[in-house]
Design a protein around this ligand. Structure first.
Ligand code: SF4
Length: 375
């Protein structure tokens, strides 16, 4: 079972936030190590998150680009989320689907899913991420089984971002065709987690933390991890996320992993302001993550602006969402106002994004080839 020494990490994150905690020569040593060995220690990763590392961002970017191209080539995988339901039992104060928000809710039936799938296929996607709020009585394993069985012949890669489940439930969903499951801890700081997750199953920090173990034990090919940047000190959450990844890779080495970097976005919920993460800090985090772990997929969503995504694209990112709608039925009935989970920032269509990818000398990949071969 995963056990973190959160107090030690909190001390380290506080120390790193201080201007003089890490010296320039220490950063230079870490960058030298990143050139010579495959990956960095948690301590070295932590040092790359310090204020002292900010003046080394150009060197970090160059190295991150080189390492990413060595491992992944000049390819960017595109995927699109399909929101199936905005019903949710939980109260998470930063989310537009939170149960306390009194708005009309929707769950797509099979006829509506067919229309959404047709609209998504017409855009050229083969990699789809199915998303629901957390209401297992409605959008539970039976519903998801029906949806995955219907979509499986149409798409090459199916990921899920839904409520945490048991090992047996994940095994069942793998058997009907699920390739990947994403579960973000939101924040690894237990007290802060309790402040924002006020009601429902998600309020159980430990149950959520151990979800990735259950996904891996079920033999799901790929596991997506992340923290919602802006809930707590980003350095603390980044170090904990990196530790979580290292733990999982050590214990469940057959699974592949991806890391996402969602920042808080406007929605109908309350957005806390005190820990917001700047673009410069997010850039630093992504570059540090690449140097820490050259093998892991790094994913960036449409939460970020077009200009920022274009700048980051050649610097370490391997996977991006595009043309996302965060409300159920948002592709086939784009003009219908529904409850959405959060506002996106990059509103370009798929063609515009693939053009940018191509102009930067990269190739757009519309499916996960590894999943297709291993299926
Ligand atoms: S973050 Fe997830 S669990 Fe929490 S309210 Fe939103 S959809 Fe529900």
């Amino acid at each position: 079972m995963l056990v973190f020494n959160a107090d030690q990490v909190a001390d380290l994150a506080d120390e790193l936030s201080g201007e003089s905690a890490t010296s320039s020569s220490q950063i230079q040593q870490v960058l030298l190590a990143a050139k010579q060995v495959n990956g960095l220690s948690i301590k070295q990763f932590s040092q790359l998150l310090s204020p002292a590392a900010e003046s080394f961002l150009p060197q970090m970017a160059q190295l991150s680009q080189h390492i990413t191209q060595q491992r992944f080539g000049k390819n960017i995988q595109l995927y699109i989320p399909l929101y199936l339901s905005n019903w949710c039992n939980n109260i998470c104060s930063y989310c537009g689907f939170s149960a306390n928000i009194k708005q009309r809710r929707t769950m797509l039936d099979m006829a509506q899913i067919k229309l959404e799938a047709q609209a998504i296929l017409a855009k050229g996607y083969q990699h789809i991420l199915l998303v629901t709020g957390e209401m297992p009585k409605l959008a539970g394993v039976d519903y998801l089984t029906q949806v995955v069985k219907f979509l499986r012949p149409l798409f090459k890669h199916i990921s899920l971002e839904v409520q945490p489940m048991s090992v047996a439930e994940y095994q069942h969903l793998k058997a009907v065709g699920v390739d990947a499951v994403l579960v973000y801890q939101e924040t690894y700081h237990a007290q802060t987690y309790a402040q924002y997750h006020l009601k429902g199953k998600k309020a159980d920090y430990q149950h959520r933390l151990e979800t990735a173990d259950r996904i891996a034990q079920a033999g799901i090919d790929k596991i997506g991890l992340g923290a919602l940047l802006g809930l707590y000190n980003w350095r603390f959450d980044a170090i904990m996320l990196a530790s979580h990844l290292s733990y999982l890779q050590k214990h469940y080495w057959r699974s592949r992993y991806s890391i996402s970097f969602p920042r808080l976005r406007p929605c109908l919920g309350d957005i806390p302001q005190q820990n917001l993460v700047s673009e410069k800090q997010l850039l630093q985090l992504i570059l540090a993550f690449r140097l820490f772990n050259p093998q892991v997929e790094l994913s960036l969503s449409t939460r970020e602006s077009a200009a920022f995504r274009d700048m980051l694209l050649p610097l370490g990112i391997t996977t991006m969402s595009a043309e996302s709608s965060t409300q159920p039925g948002g592709y086939a009935q784009a003009n219908q106002a529904q409850l959405n989970q959060f506002d996106i920032d990059d509103n370009r269509n798929t063609q515009q994004i693939t053009q940018v990818i191509s102009q930067l000398g990269y190739q757009t990949v519309m499916q996960d080839w590894h999943a297709s071969f291993s299926r």
